[in-house]
Design a protein around this ligand. Sequence first.
Ligand SMILES: [Zn+2]
Length: 239
Amino acid sequence: MKKRFYNENEAEKYVKHGSMEVPQQQTTVQLQECIELFTTMETLEEENPWYCPVCKKHQLATKKLDLWFLPEVLIIHLKRFSYTKFTREKLDSIVDFPLRELDFSGCLLRKSQSNGEPPSRYDLIAVSNHYGGLRDGHYTSYARNKDNGQWYYFDDSKVTYAREDQIVTNAAYVLFYQRQDKIRKPTLPAPNTSPASSSQPANDITSCKDDDITPCKEDDAELGAAAAASSSYVTMETD
Ligand SMILES: [Zn+2]
């Protein structure tokens, strides 16, 4: 059986390519670098030329994206699914993004003219995560409660407290930032998230406690999680 599928002589003849020597390591890029790349001038590929109405023929044109004004809520979609003519892959690089003070002032084409201009800084309010490959996967999310400032992790019907140092991972897929002038100061104290303070397993806050002050129904928790994670268990069709 082995001989049918494995030819030892053939296997010995292989040439080791230099690229195999390099250990596969997790790459980290800064979000700011991605934004700079996004606004860098690029020349369109030969397969994607631009039809010039003056020359009446296709030309290799250049393209440049610039920002004119900044929105209240900035949604950054990290392109983790890479398609070329030859390959299709999911990119697992860690994109290191700030939870506070994401500064977009350097990307604005229009320079600020009056003092009444809104700020160009953003704070993170939510992250949508994608786990899995090209064909299917699972979505979860991190979101910050605007009233108490606490971060939560939503995974289907399970909602748990999250720490700020857990939010940047290579699963981050869509980032939601809010402009600083639109962010309200938390009006409620942050909940006590230490596991010792609760008899509940870990920090699962979807479980109901008998002495819980706030009414909590399974349905409510489920609904909240589903809304925040915006459709869990989505099958991604890539064909
Ligand atoms: Zn032309």
